[in-house]
Design a protein around this ligand. Structure first.
Ligand SMILES: O=P(O)(O)OC[C@H]1O[C@H](OP(=O)(O)OP(=O)(O)O)[C@H](O)[C@@H]1O
Ligand SMILES: Nc1nc2[nH]cnc2c(=O)[nH]1
Length: 183
């Protein structure tokens, strides 16, 4: 049974809104430097990356464009289904473009492995990844990520775009859910 207020369902806060903002701004400064003078296309992975995309793009001072993809890789719970499918493709032809994929979290790396090989076949001028959170398994799966907000423990987290069963994306903090939510 869930609580009346979304924040009351967190059992532990991993990152406060202030910590998220501070780290995101530092990452944005790196991206500003690395892409200075280039025409950058940010590709957000729906739905979770909406918050990161909104905040990252507004922290950049360079010009950028934005496009979105939707990919299905998870069921409604906390385990990967192992199945990756494009639900919504880009509106943009990325051939010859500088593309930065923006993710909320990399867990198994399954979603991004599929996405990156799919996007690479479209021959962008460059293709890099930014993720706000990364779990240890992603490193074992050798997903090359240029920009990482935080490396986090192997726990299911919610908030800042990350959901459990469609909820908790609107939490500004990031943390783990109390056991009563799962029962
Ligand atoms: O590294 P992986 O194990 O593949 O997991 C990462 C993916 O899982 C989450 O998306 P999800 O499928 O939950 O969809 P959502 O963004 O709509 O919440 C997240 O946004 C990543 O896209
Ligand atoms: N909400 C949420 N979605 C995920 N998708 C992959 N890992 C996670 C996680 O820890 N939390």
């Amino acid at each position: 049974m869930d609580s009346a207020h979304v924040a009351d369902d967190l059992t532990r806060v991993l990152y406060t809104p202030e910590q998220v903002t501070e780290r995101l701004q530092a990452v944005a400064a790196e991206i500003d430097r690395d892409y200075a003078g280039q025409d950058l296309l940010l590709v957000g992975v729906l739905n979770g990356a909406v918050m990161v995309m909104a905040d990252l793009s507004r922290s950049l001072s360079i010009h950028c464009r934005m496009d979105w993809m939707a990919i299905s890789s998870y069921g409604s719970g906390t385990q990967s289904s192992g199945v990756v499918r494009i639900l919504k493709d880009l509106n943009t032809d990325i051939s010859g473009r500088h593309v930065l994929v923006v993710e909320d979290i990399i867990d198994t790396g399954l979603t991004l492995s599929y996405l990156i090989s799919n996007l690479r076949s479209r021959e962008p001028a460059s293709l890099e990844i930014m993720t706000m959170f990364r779990k240890p398994e992603a490193q074992r799966n050798a997903v090359e990520v240029k920009y990482v907000g935080f490396d986090i423990p192997n726990e299911f987290v919610v908030g800042y775009g990350l959901d459990y069963d469609g909820r908790y994306r609107n939490l500004t903090a990031v943390g783990t859910l109390a056991p009563h939510v799962y029962s």
